[in-house]
Design a protein around this ligand. Structure first.
Ligand code: TRP
Length: 454
């Protein structure tokens, strides 16, 4: 889809292709690495429930909004606003998206690099007969080292760039059809093993028994930011993908399928991780290393753990790849359109620039760790600014655009082409994008900066 000259717009061939590509983008490190890690930091169940509420009230309507904008404009994220709202500042929403893509991919590639390293460690049986403490220090030594994680990150970036240059359609469809279900199967096995460990109950309580008094303004903002991050919303990825969706596709079904798949996979990851976290005496608030430290302990004790471990980290890396290409695509499309570069040149330029920032992110785990901004190292800073600031603000403008500028009639016309949307459903959707989503986002942000407290 992406390697065709503009003017000859490709589209997804099948209904499944659409869901596959959008789900391939949505399901990634966000679900398996980031969700358990931040749920652990922000106290577990209360975070989970707030996150689920944001997915329903904000994620679903914003996802439908992005697809509607993309399919009706037949453009990428910037072009879309230019076509639908010519001569207005709306196109700056696209610029915000490029900035977010840049920052996200810089740290995303680092984590994907760790995952590549864990494929190799699994093959070498590198966790065998190691204690939980030794597994922890294995991870810390890796990420603090100045060379290896940088090289792995660059390998991952080159892989992503290669796919974006060659064209992403076929690879994604195939991956999603076969490998994503396999990822789910492995996660289910991991969950079974994890919940049958001694001491597992505390982990399930941590994940599912909310104590809302523990929830901080930071936790609420992170739940909001993560709802955007995990569904690939707020920066135009799904505007671009929406533009490749055929007119007879039922957008509402697509949105529901992708959201359910994404959410189920995140919860499975949580069930695989937290019981084991408690069973092995790991701190739930361990941070970005949580899955890399917890899962090797589980594989260790599982029949067939050697094979599971290799397969798991391969699938995690592939899931990261189908997400990273959707992020890179946003930057590439921007360079292509705004600077009139070819696809290949745009991809190479974008990859180089992002990788430079990525190297800094990787080094900020070790040699550059003394450099902090607002108390965060470079890696955490990129994550924080993109997920907690740029994506929610982007999402807010996307909701406002569809609610107030694009309007009910056009939404109805676009959605009705491939499906039916009852008047009542449309009214709920319009109410969510006009009022609930933007107001909720504003309240969460004001609450965080202390201008509004409860
Ligand atoms: N959703 C992906 C994940 O969970 C990451 C991702 C891909 C993303 N495309 C995006 C995040 C666009 C924000 C915006 O791993």
């Amino acid at each position: 889809m992406s390697n065709l000259p503009s003017g000859n717009r490709d589209s997804f061939s099948s209904k499944f292709g659409v869901i596959a590509a959008a789900a391939g983008s949505a399901v990634g490190l966000g679900n398996i690495w980031k969700f358990p890690y931040i749920a652990g930091v922000y106290g577990g169940a209360a975070f989970l429930f707030v996150y689920l509420a944001f997915i329903l009230a904000i994620g679903l309507p914003v996802m439908l909004s992005e697809l509607v904008i993309g399919r009706s404009s037949q453009r990428n994220a910037f072009g879309a606003f230019k076509v639908l709202a010519p001569g207005t500042p709306w196109r700056y929403v696209g610029i915000l998206g490029v900035a977010a893509a840049f920052l996200i991919l810089s740290f995303y590639g680092v984590v994907a690099g760790w995952s590549l390293q864990y494929i190799s460690l699994s093959i070498q049986d590198g966790f065998h007969s190691k204690s939980p403490d030794e597994i922890t220090s294995l991870f810390n030594t890796l990420i603090e080292s100045p060379i290896r994680p940088v090289i792995l990150q660059l390998i991952f970036m080159v892989l992503s760039a290669g796919i974006v240059i060659i064209g992403i359609k076929k690879g994604i469809e195939k991956y999603t059809k076969i490998l994503m279900p396999l990822l789910v199967v492995i996660l289910i096995f991991l969950c079974i093993k994890s919940v049958t460990l001694d001491g597992a109950k505390a982990g399930l309580e941590f994940l599912f028994k909310p104590d809302f008094s523990k929830l901080s303004a930071d936790g609420i903002l992170s739940a909001l930011g993560h709802a955007f991050f995990t569904l690939s919303l707020g920066m135009g990825t799904l505007i671009t993908y929406g533009s490749y969706i055929k007119k007879d596709n039922n957008l509402v079904n697509t949105v529901i399928n992708v959201t359910v798949a994404d959410t189920v996979i995140a919860i499975l990851a949580g069930v695989a991780i937290f019981p084991a976290v408690f069973a092995f005496g790991i701190a739930p608030s361990e941070g970005p290393g949580l899955i890399f430290i917890t899962l090797p302990n589980v594989f260790h004790q599982m029949p067939g753990g050697y094979i599971f471990s290799i397969l798991f980290f391969i699938l995690l890396s592939v899931a990261a790849l189908t997400s990273s290409i959707s992020i890179l695509e946003v930057v590439v499309a921007y360079f292509k359109e705004e600077f009139n570069l070819g696809r290949k040149a745009s991809t190479i330029l974008a990859t180089i620039l992002i990788s430079i920032l990525g190297v800094l992110c990787s080094l900020s785990m070790g040699v550059l760790s003394p450099y902090e901004f607002f108390g965060l190292n470079i890696f955490d800073l990129m994550d924080w600014i993109s997920a907690n600031l740029l994506l929610p603000i982007g999402g807010m403008f996307i909701a406002l655009f569809v609610g107030w500028y694009f309007g009910r009639k056009k939404v109805q016309a676009e959605v009705a082409q491939g499906g039916t949307m009852s008047g009542a459903f449309l009214s709920i959707f319009m109410f969510l994008v006009k009022f609930i989503a933007p107001i909720a986002i504003a309240i969460v942000m004001l609450n965080k900066i202390g201008l509004l407290t409860f």
